[in-house]
Design a binder for this molecule. Structure first.
Ligand code: SPV
Ligand code: MG
Length: 540
């Protein structure tokens, strides 16, 4: 039900309704959670919470901002204490329009003069607005509202200003005549008698609202029996906050330890709950691409590498420095740069030399007699959820990783189509790829799947080379793990390369997507590659 309609219904229900004060989004939410059915946007409390006086020191748009947070945080209606309407009829019209836009269900306007002062401060000196002028303010507000259920409460301060019952009634009638949806009759007397006297005389259908701050002893049945529609508990939330903060801060100052408060204050997670974090978590699942922390990266770097001479005497290939940073550190930085923080490296040769921080390590101690599948299997605890697989001896441009992370396939491998032109590399053993089609500028529109992969394919037919980067969806990772387990049971895990693992996955009928690149990466297989890598890195 619309908030305006809810408020209107509360005013016209048979039972007395109670409206509870709030002064920001959090307290408005707490009011709703406590079971109240409407919120009083108290001028006193909102200004107190802003650290200013209840004298229109906060501008009306500043109040509006607070109201907007309160309205967003709640599903129950809010009645704003709109003071005098912050000006004349024109200001009231603008106020009503803005409140409607922000989902505030109604406004209460009082017959004092701008800038007002709180009713409990020197009340008798407070001048009242002329009845005629105030009536037209009410009418201007009513004429402005678009939603017929938006509520305008007219509040008379006749008792507050010391004018007595007759003036209070005269004003109440005039405001009801002007179209007010309810009359708030305010009093600062220590007992409810003058309010009761007013109620005795009020015979009209226009509902009556009271604020029993100064006569808190009055009971519900007493008010209900006399026909009050709504009682506003106008400032007790704010006073509760002040009491609790004063007490707890004193305790903290005196004890000097946070422990003195731990059992007296809500846990941080209660704040998260009130902020609706669970809702955001649900939406993240719906709208966020599954990147970042949920993707595990596994870097294979168990081998020494051949032909690097002294360079790999005391460290494996992935620890060779290239322009001031070892290859593994460069890889980690590249993954971090794309939001990937959960990174593992598989070590083997000279594993003690592999000691970069913030990486999880797995070891393949049989690195001398085993191949890539064995190393990957060593990291099987990391084969969970979405996984990026990377060789430990490659460098690549960031966009390659970003494009790979965008893939929605269960298996995606990055294939370099520039390989076909790089005749120098034709003499090396590489993981050749035959895809459905060659690399064309349009290939992304339809996507291309892998047909075969291996280092024994016909070079003339090959569309490119697998660069050693791959992405597995959570389902893909599960299939990968199952495939590795099968190889283990068959006793062939030690002698299986990664390309052979992909070939096996293909053989099971799964589809592997090809993400083409044309250069912009390199692998480090020889000493020449190391100097190429310097140039590659300097150019980046
Ligand atoms: C407020 O809460 O700001 C009010 C009610 O206007 S009272 O303080 O009782 O005047
Ligand atoms: Mg007020």
């Amino acid at each position: 039900m619309k908030k305006t309609t809810q408020l209107k219904n509360l005013l016209h229900a048979k039972e007395l309704a109670v409206m509870m004060e709030a002064h920001n989004g959090l307290t408005a939410k707490l009011v709703e959670e406590a079971g109240f059915t409407s919120v009083w946007g108290s001028g006193l409390s909102i200004s107190a919470a802003l650290g200013v006086r209840d004298n229109n020191e906060a501008s009306w748009t500043q109040v509006l901002e607070v109201l907007e947070f309160m309205s967003d945080a709640t599903t129950i209606p809010i009645l704003l204490d709109g003071d005098t309407g912050y000006g004349n009829f024109n200001n009231v019209q603008r106020l009503v329009a803005k409140l409607e836009q922000r989902g505030v269900a109604g406004v209460c306007l009082e017959d004092k003069l701008f800038p007002k002062t709180n009713s409990f401060i020197g009340g008798e000196q407070q001048p009242l607005a002329s009845i005629e002028e105030f009536k037209m303010k009410i009418k201007a507000g009513k004429d402005m509202q678009l939603d017929p259920d938006f509520v305008i409460v007219a509040r008379t301060e006749a008792f507050i200003a010391g004018w007595g019952l007759e003036e209070a009634l005269r004003r109440a009638h005039a405001y009801a005549d002007a179209g007010a949806d309810a009359i708030l009759i305010h009093s600062k007397a220590k007992g409810p008698e003058e309010i009761f006297a007013f109620l005795e005389q009020w015979k009209r259908a226009t509902p009556i609202v009271v604020v029993p701050t100064m006569y808190p002893q009055v009971t519900f049945p007493e008010l209900e029996k006399r026909g009050v529609a709504l009682a506003i508990w106008a400032n007790q939330t704010c006073r509760t906050v002040v009491t609790a903060v004063q007490q707890n801060l004193r305790t903290l100052r005196e004890s000097g330890t946070l422990l003195s408060l731990e059992d007296k204050i809500v846990p941080v997670k209660e704040l998260f709950r009130l902020q609706g974090m669970s809702d955001l978590k649900e939406k993240e699942k719906l709208y966020l691409p599954p990147t970042g922390e949920t993707t595990n990266v596994i870097i294979l770097g168990a081998t020494q590498g051949k032909g690097f001479g002294k360079m790999t005497e005391n460290r494996p290939k992935m620890m060779i420095p290239i322009s001031g940073k070892v290859i593994l550190a460069k890889l980690v930085a590249a993954f971090n740069d794309c939001g990937l923080k959960s990174i593992a490296a598989v070590r083997g040769y000279k594993k003690e030399a592999v000691n970069l921080p913030n990486i999880k390590y797995f070891d393949n101690d049989n690195y001398e007699t085993s191949e890539e599948a064995r190393s990957l299997y060593a990291a099987k605890d990391f084969l969970q959820g979405r996984v990026i697989f990377s060789f430990g001896d490659i460098l690549f441009e960031k966009y390659i990783l970003l494009n790979l992370l965008d893939s929605r396939s269960d298996f995606t491998i990055v294939v370099d189509s520039a390989w076909a032109k790089n005749t120098e590399k034709h003499n090396r053993t590489t993981d050749l790829v035959i895809a459905e089609r060659e690399h064309t500028p349009e290939y992304r529109e339809e996507g291309i799947n892998l047909q075969s992969i291996g280092n024994d394919l016909d070079r003339k037919q090959a569309h490119g080379e697998w660069i050693g980067l791959a992405l597995f969806s959570p389902k893909g990772t599960a299939i990968l793990l199952e495939t590795l387990e099968e190889l283990k049971s068959a006793g062939t895990l030690d002698h299986t390369s990664m390309s052979a693992v992909f070939a096996r996955i293909l053989g099971k009928g799964h589809t592997i997507s090809v993400e083409y690149v044309h250069g912009h990466w390199l692998d480090i297989d020889t000493l020449d590659d190391v100097s190429d890598a310097y140039i590659f890195e300097e150019r980046k």
